[in-house]
Design a protein around this ligand. Structure first.
Ligand code: ATP
Ligand code: MG
Length: 299
């Protein structure tokens, strides 16, 4: 599918854990859409960027086939397809363009509570149920462990209770689902989060500029996600100590007020601005502390 295109098409999950945050990220990046009646396609209005609403598992394939240009999908899903293609000697047609900071989870090995876990060698000869056979196979190989992979499409966590498997390899966030099934996570084989996936090669038509614009805006949104603008005044001699308290700040703007004995500072801080931190700053000499939300940023 090498047709020249002047609109960009992004695949996102239709409904599920990633759909709301993905839409919110794109909307914060200045995109707006008109939804089709079947709610599967959203026509971009503010920019020529359309959305296709699909099952998350289909996203890498849609990019590989050129049906979609970009996609927002869990690294776990993307990695699985990359590993599958590697196994069969095919180059991956897509890659991770950006980590997006939401949808965090781990692909973990979990074993029955009652196991006395020591090391992966305990998995030798066991049956491990998973929805991610390619990542599990690759990991077992790096460990030099031979085990049977039992491919399941869902409800992996009940496989040991049903006698289908001895252990599992599944997504974990809080661990509550595992605990409810008398399992415990013992090893993470992948740290996952939602990512922006795109083709392995850059676009050669108008989509290149569009993708570039969108990436820059998304970077701006991601950079300020938890950021705040901090402002205060302080005596000149207190400033060094105050700056020590701001390890998460971008280089601040400092200017003199009141002759030169008092300095006013403003800095973009990336960490949480808790009351505790403000109180520490006040104790170190800061006055008139203010924390302001940051709406947009363009580097
Ligand atoms: P679809 O109908 O689109 O196939 P799904 O059931 O496969 O949906 P979800 O359960 O919505 O998908 O999960 C989507 C993604 O959310 C996962 O692939 C993973 O990257 C991420 N995620 C974050 N936390 C968890 C978790 N605790 N369990 C499963 N997925 C999680
Ligand atoms: Mg799915």
């Amino acid at each position: 599918n090498s047709a020249v295109r002047d609109r960009l098409r992004i695949a996102i999950q239709k409904s599920g854990r990633l759909s709301e945050p993905a839409r919110a990220l794109l909307a914060s990046s200045g995109l707006s859409w008109r939804e089709s009646r079947d709610k599967l396609f959203c026509y971009g209005e503010s920019l020529p960027v359309d959305l296709l609403l699909v099952r998350d598992d289909d996203i890498p394939g849609l990019i590989a086939e050129g049906v979609c240009d970009l996609g927002i999908v869990g690294r776990n899903v993307l990695r699985e397809l990359i590993n599958e293609r590697e196994e069969s000697g095919k180059p991956a047609a897509f890659r991770e363009w950006r980590a997006l900071g939401f949808g965090g989870c781990r692909l973990s090995i979990a074993v029955p509570d009652v196991w006395d876990w020591q090391s992966p060698t305990q998995l030798a000869g066991k049956r491990i149920a998973t929805t991610y056979p390619n990542q599990l196979r690759a990991w077992l190989r790096t460990q030099g462990v031979q085990a049977d992979i039992v491919m399941l499409n869902g409800s992996v966590e009940i496989a040991p209770r049903l006698g289908q498997a001895d252990a599992i390899c599944d997504l974990v966030s809080s661990g509550a689902t595992l605990a409810a099934n008398q399992l415990k996570p013992v090893l993470d084989i992948l740290q996952s989060e939602a990512v922006l996936a795109g083709p392995a090669h850059p676009f050669a038509d108008a989509r290149a500029d569009l993708a570039d614009l969108l990436l820059r805006r998304m970077d701006g949104v991601l950079r300020i996600r938890d950021s705040k603008l901090l402002m205060f005044q302080a005596p000149r001699e207190a400033m060094n100590e105050l700056l020590q308290l701001l390890p998460d700040a971008e280089p601040p703007t400092v200017c003199a007020v009141d002759g030169a004995d008092t300095l006013a500072l403003q800095a973009l801080c990336h960490g949480a601005m808790t009351w505790q931190r403000l109180e520490d700053l006040k104790r170190a000499g800061a006055r008139g502390l203010m924390v302001l939300p940051v709406e947009r940023m363009l580097a």
